[in-house]
Design a protein around this ligand. Structure first.
Ligand SMILES: [Zn+2]
Length: 111
């Protein structure tokens, strides 16, 4: 997957599926890399994202960002308030979220 996928708009179910897969894939890469540096981070299941389970997903995913950013020594944004049922309201979330992945990839030498 390309990290650029995380910057794509999420307006349709297919786009949400692509985001969900790419996001989980990148989180796994980040966690593996950080474990190699001695950071024991919790890996939650992030894919698929279902409407019934979105609250849990948002909470656990935000925690994964807090954990990885703490391990990397970079600032975190609050990513817990995302609601994928309101595509018009999540454009800024998508950008903020993707930026945290770009920073992690850069720091860890990931693609
Ligand atoms: Zn993420």
């Amino acid at each position: 997957m390309s990290l650029a996928t995380l910057l794509s708009p999420i307006r349709t179910d297919l786009e949400l599926e692509e985001f969900s897969f790419s996001n989980q894939d990148h989180h796994i890469q980040i966690i593996k890399s950080l474990r190699g540096q001695g950071h024991d981070l919790t890996q939650y299941t992030l894919d698929p994202i279902t409407p019934e389970d979105q609250a849990r997903w948002a909470r656990q995913h935000a925690q994964m960002h807090l954990d990885m950013n703490a391990a990397l020594g970079v600032n975190s944004s609050d990513l817990s308030g995302v609601d994928f049922s309101k595509p018009d309201m999540i454009a800024s979330w998508v950008t903020t979220h993707a930026n945290e992945h770009f920073v992690a990839a850069q720091r860890l030498g990931l693609k």
